[in-house]
Structures are given as C-alpha cells and as structure tokens.
Design a protein around this ligand. Structure first.
Ligand SMILES: *Cc1c(COP(=O)(O)O)cnc(C)c1O
Length: 404
C-alpha cells in the first residue's frame, strides 16, 4: 500500500497561508463526508458556500463525465457549446444581457471593477474613476479586489495598492451620500455580507444605492459570489430585494465545486469590454461550464428554492433552541441557507473555538470573522441531516460553554 499524505505534509510542503483542520476528508456524498480513518461528518460548511448541491450530486457528476469524454479546453481563440449554453441560461434567468466567464470570484470581481472603470472612461472621461465599497466587505484576494474589500488586514503590507477606492459604512446610506459624486464610476456591494459576518442588506439601503448611482451616473455592482445561485432562496439575492444592479458577479455555488466565475452585465455596459481589453485563459472552460449549467438548471427550480426557505426555518429553529439552552449567541441571522450566529458578549471573539469541537462531534461548520459562527450547507440537505448535525453542534456547544 502506498503511503497516504498526512496533515504534517501540509506544514512541510505548502505555503503557510492557511491553517487547515487536522482531519483530511477523502470522500463525500450529499451532505456527508468521510475522513482518512473512515469517520463520518455532516457538512454544514459546504466548501464555504460552494457545494450547493452537496458532494458528488449525480447531475453534476454526469455533466462532468459526459463533457470529459468530449473536449476539455479550447482557449478563447474558439468558443464552445457548454459556455454558450451557460451564458444563454444565465441571461434568460436574470437581468443580464451578456456574460463573461473566468475561474473564481476574485477574478469575476476583477473583471467587474475593470469594466466599471473602463465604462466610465469610455462614456465620461478618465477622471470618473472613483469606486465606493463598504467596510467589512470581501471581494477576493487579488490586489485590486482586496483593496476594494473593506478589511484592511487583507491588504496590509502589499502596497502600494490601487487608488481612488473609498469605503462607506454598510447599511448606512448617509455614509454613501457623503462620498458619492460625479467622479464615482461604481458602488460595489454584497447584497448580504458573507465573510464580514453574515449581514443581510436592509432593503431600503440597496434601493437607495440604486437611486444614488443613477443620480451620479455610476454603476451599481452586486458581488453575489457568496449570496448567489440559490443561497438566498432566489437564484440571486437581488431578486429577493427587487433591486437590479448593472453588473453582478457570481462564483462559489455556480460550479457546485468545480472552479468557475461569471460576470453578468447589460447591453449598455458590456461594450466597454471590447476585443482585447480583458481576458482569462481558462475563462469559459468547457468542463467548468458544463458542470455550472447542470448546477444552475438543478438549483433554479421551485422545488429547490422553496426547499431553501423551508430549511432556513429549520436551521433557525434549531439554533434558537440551542441558544435558549446555552445562551451562547447574541443573534441568529441570514437569508436562505447562509446563516450566521453572532456570539454573545460573554464569548466575544471566540467563534473559531467551536470548530474543532464540532469536528470531534462529527460536524463541519464555518466562521465569518472572529465573532460569527457561519453555516452554508447544501441547498438540498435532508431534514434528517439537519437534525443530526444540530444534535452534534449542540454537543460541541455544551463542551465549549463548559470549558469557557
Ligand atoms: C469568496 C468570495 C469572493 C472571492 O472568491 P474567490 O473564488 O475566492 O476568488 C469574492 N466575493 C465574495 C462576496 C466572496 O464571498
């Protein structure tokens, strides 16, 4: 038998930018995973809001296998059937007229921010280059996207960073009014902040941003990398709010576990990404697009989307029951199946300590910042798995509170 890799190999061979849990999962099916020793886990983490149909969903596996026997890659010198089919599907299901494909959320945002600046440059002038985003926001890890992101710790030490980016306060329209002017080319916002602590936007805030952008001829960019593709109970969260952006970025759940990103926009804006202005070698990769098409078609159905609403209520019910018993959370919030439980003041900053305890009990979960326990399970997780996962979480919480 050949020797299996171990967690020690991570420290030995990999750049130390992550600190993964000790366990190495080797196989997944639906909302369950198994590690090297055959121990089973319930997955409330979903690969950080990626595995929207769980692990190895039959529709995605068959789309991948079918495409694997046809053609894997062509570059952008040629187009391909899966990319065209996915673009058509996304356009028909959304506000968008045009799609651009890449391989990650950060890359989709990079394209969105470049497009916003280029559109303003083409239509108004080079001085209209200011981007407004929000504190605590997260838009990716490229230098441009961390700079637009509202968490300075992620861009610290990587300067000089791109200029003319200003940060307002999330859900505070007055703070945007104070910054926006005719040199603003874009306002960039997550309809629900994910990494920043699972904070849904107030409806008036998003509609107010739309009005401010229109008044200043600025583009409204929704980063739906985490909130998109069914997570909110709608295909995209903008549909929940009834506020339409000019540019929307999507990734994470879009590929259900296969790397893909997309930027969607309108016929008014798209022409500024003219031939030669932007690109990505892997963008529109046939394998990625075939899987994403299967994911979108499976998720954007009444059964799955209504099921998200139902499961949201179930998750909330259980988290609130745990809270009644242990008084550990200050608030449980979120939309659809992106849920955050903010720690009570007595446990401030300690959300992360629950994760290894949960793993010992057989449950995978996430945090969003130091103070919020986050869950982003499969959109089709079974009720029985929710109940069993919550029983495991409760045992972890009991141990956490006891040791605290
Ligand atoms: C995860 C995330 C990104 C970055 O996506 P990557 O695929 O890691 O580049 C961008 N925006 C939001 C809102 C995200 O949650």
């Amino acid at each position: 038998m050949s020797q299996s890799p171990t967690r020690d190999d991570f420290d030995r061979y990999m750049v130390p930018n992550y600190s993964p849990q000790q366990t190495i999962p080797v196989r997944g099916e639906g909302s369950r995973l198994w590690d090297q020793d055959g121990r089973e886990y319930i997955d409330f983490a979903g690969g950080i809001a990626v595995n929207a149909l769980g692990h190895c969903h039959p529709a995605l596996v068959s789309a991948l296998k079918e495409q694997a026997d046809k053609v894997w890659h062509l570059s952008n010198v040629y187009t391909n059937e899966p990319a065209l089919a996915l673009a058509k599907s996304l356009v028909e299901r959304s506000f968008a007229d045009k799609a651009y494909f890449c391989s990650s959320g950060g890359e989709a945002n990079e394209a969105a921010f470049k497009l916003a600046r280029r559109w303003a440059y083409d239509n108004v002038g080079a001085h209209k280059d200011k981007i407004i985003s929000f504190r605590q926001s997260f838009h990716g890890r490229t230098l441009f996207t961390v700079s637009v992101g509202g968490q300075p710790k992620y861009s610290e030490g990587f300067g000089p960073i791109p200029g003319r980016i200003e940060h307002a306060v999330y859900n505070d329209l007055d703070s945007v009014r104070a910054l926006i002017d005719d040199e603003t080319c874009a306002v960039v916002v997550e309809p629900m902040q994910g990494e920043g602590g699972v904070v849904p936007a107030d409806p008036d805030f998003l509609s107010g941003l739309r009005t401010l952008c229109d008044a200043h001829q600025a583009l409204l960019v929704f980063d739906e990398v985490q909130s998109g593709v069914g997570r909110s109970g709608h295909l995209y969260a903008y549909m929940h709010y009834g506020v339409t952006p000019d540019i929307l970025t999507s990734a994470k759940a879009l590929g259900g576990g296969f790397p893909i990103g997309a930027m969607l926009t309108t016929d008014r804006v798209a022409p500024s990404l003219a031939v030669g202005t932007h690109g990505s070698t892997y963008g529109g990769n046939p394998l990625a697009c075939a899987v994403a098409l299967a994911a979108v078609e499976t998720i954007d159905t009444p059964e799955v989307l209504e099921g998200v609403m139902h499961r949201h209520a179930l998750f909330k019910e259980h988290l609130e029951a745990i809270n009644r018993e242990y008084d550990i959370f200050k608030e449980v919030r979120g939309l659809g199946l992106l849920l955050g439980a903010e720690m009570a003041p007595a446990y401030a900053g300690r959300a992360k300590e629950i994760l290894p305890l949960a793993m010992e009990e057989g449950l995978m979960a996430l945090v969003a910042g130091p103070n919020v326990l986050r869950m982003a399970p499969s959109l089709v997780i079974s009720e029985a798995e929710v109940r069993e996962g919550m029983a495991r979480l409760e045992r972890a919480v009991a141990r956490f509170v006891q040791d605290a």
